[in-house]
Design a protein around this ligand. Structure first.
Ligand code: NDP
Ligand code: MG
Ligand code: MG
Length: 332
């Protein structure tokens, strides 16, 4: 069973006694910096020249300096810039300013897991990753609650790295909800697998295939959109609240019978065999290397796939239909 930690297991005074740099002020960065500050922690934000988020951070009462200055001033450095540029930011701004006894923090383990960042032996290497988007992390904190986090230590130079990670997690409200102990390897591999095979890749492909099957058979795209995409939210909400059991309690017996007999014909043994291949490519680093090459090669295929899907009948149909639903918020 997973090891869980709550407020009583974490000592906030540890992180209150350190100087924290949050590098980046996006989805996660703003939530960490603001909530740490409100928890009585000495925080500065490190942002690059021309950063779009600088004005916002300053407006919200934070001190913004360059990533190099932030790393030099601080002894806990949380890297919350996009994963593909972390190695470059680390090499240029952070590594030259790291001292023995410092701690390097991450919100996701990719760069450590695949060795794109190799910290020196004298620093703690920790992860605190909220299991939710940054805006929810901040809102929950402000409401006196928290989003569950996972925490890990890759390198324990001080001998107290996990206590430091728990203290940081407490500063952003994580221990109010619960912190699960993991490793960089487990977090990175399961995160990549989940988003590729199930949450993003798997779901998008399932929705598209279902929509195409109906429209190619001559059914109206609008009807196919409702059946294959729109209603998915209602089903997922039920799963989120009470697992498969609550979803099956709510749907009709006809739908439940179809679930049992047809689901395994769609996600077959061959699908699962392919999932295992996907996982193997994540574990051996093939996926991470290909993604870094694609990113630094100018995102050519990425942009091609993006364009193809934005022109798909599913998407053009959805754009029109969502205008009929005033309660669906396009901005969110
Ligand atoms: P975002 O893309 O939302 O934000 C990135 C931030 O980094 C922006 O403020 C951007 O500034 C800034 N930035 C870009 N380049 C530089 C640079 N060279 N130096 C300093 N700052 C820079 O990132 P996320 O919050 O989504 O992701 C951050 C980390 O958190 C990643 O490791 C991610 O995997 C992890 N994570 C993210 C989650 C999420 O909910 N999004 C959930 C859990 C983990 P500007 O835009 O002003 O130019
Ligand atoms: Mg991810
Ligand atoms: Mg139906």
């Amino acid at each position: 069973m997973a090891e869980l930690f709550y407020d009583a297991d974490a000592d906030l005074s540890i992180i209150q006694g350190r100087k924290v740099a949050v590098i980046g002020y996006g989805s996660q960065g703003h939530a960490h910096a603001l909530s740490l500050r409100d928890s009585g922690v000495d925080v500065r934000v490190g942002l690059h020249e021309g950063s779009k988020s600088k004005a916002k951070a300053e407006e919200q009462g934070l001190r913004v300096v360059s990533p190099s200055e932030a790393a030099a001033e601080a002894d806990v450095i949380m890297i919350l810039v996009p994963d593909p540029i972390q190695a470059q930011v680390y090499e240029e701004h952070i590594a030259p300013n790291l001292k023995d006894g410092d701690a390097l923090f991450f919100g996701h383990g990719l760069n450590i897991r695949y060795g794109f960042i190799k910290p020196p032996a004298g620093v703690d290497v920790c992860m605190v990753a909220p299991k939710g988007p940054g805006h929810l992390v901040r809102r929950q904190y402000e409401e006196g609650r928290g989003v569950p986090c996972i925490a890990a230590v890759e390198q324990d130079a001080s001998g107290n790295a996990f206590a430091l990670a728990l203290s940081y997690a407490k500063g952003i409200g994580g221990t109010r909800a619960g912190v699960i102990k993991t490793t960089f390897t487990e977090e990175t591999e399961t995160d990549l697998f989940g988003e590729q095979a199930v949450l993003c890749g798997g779901t998008a492909a399932l929705v598209k295939a279902g929509f195409e099957t109906l429209t190619e058979a001559g059914y109206q795209p609008e009807i196919a959109y409702f059946e294959c995409l729109h209603e998915l939210k209602l089903i997922v909400d039920l799963m989120y609240e009470g697992g498969l059991e609550k979803m099956r309690w709510s749907i009709s017996e006809t739908a439940e019978w179809g679930d049992y007999v047809t689901g395994p014909r769609i996600i077959t043994d061959a699908t699962k065999a392919e999932m295992k291949k996907v996982l193997a490519e994540i574990q051996d680093g093939t996926f991470a290397q290909q993604w870094m090459d694609e990113y630094h090669g100018g995102l050519k295929k990425y942009n091609e796939y993006k364009k193809q899907d934005s022109e798909h009948l599913l998407e053009t149909t959805g754009k029109q239909l969502r205008k009929l639903m005033s309660w669906v918020d396009e901005e969110a």
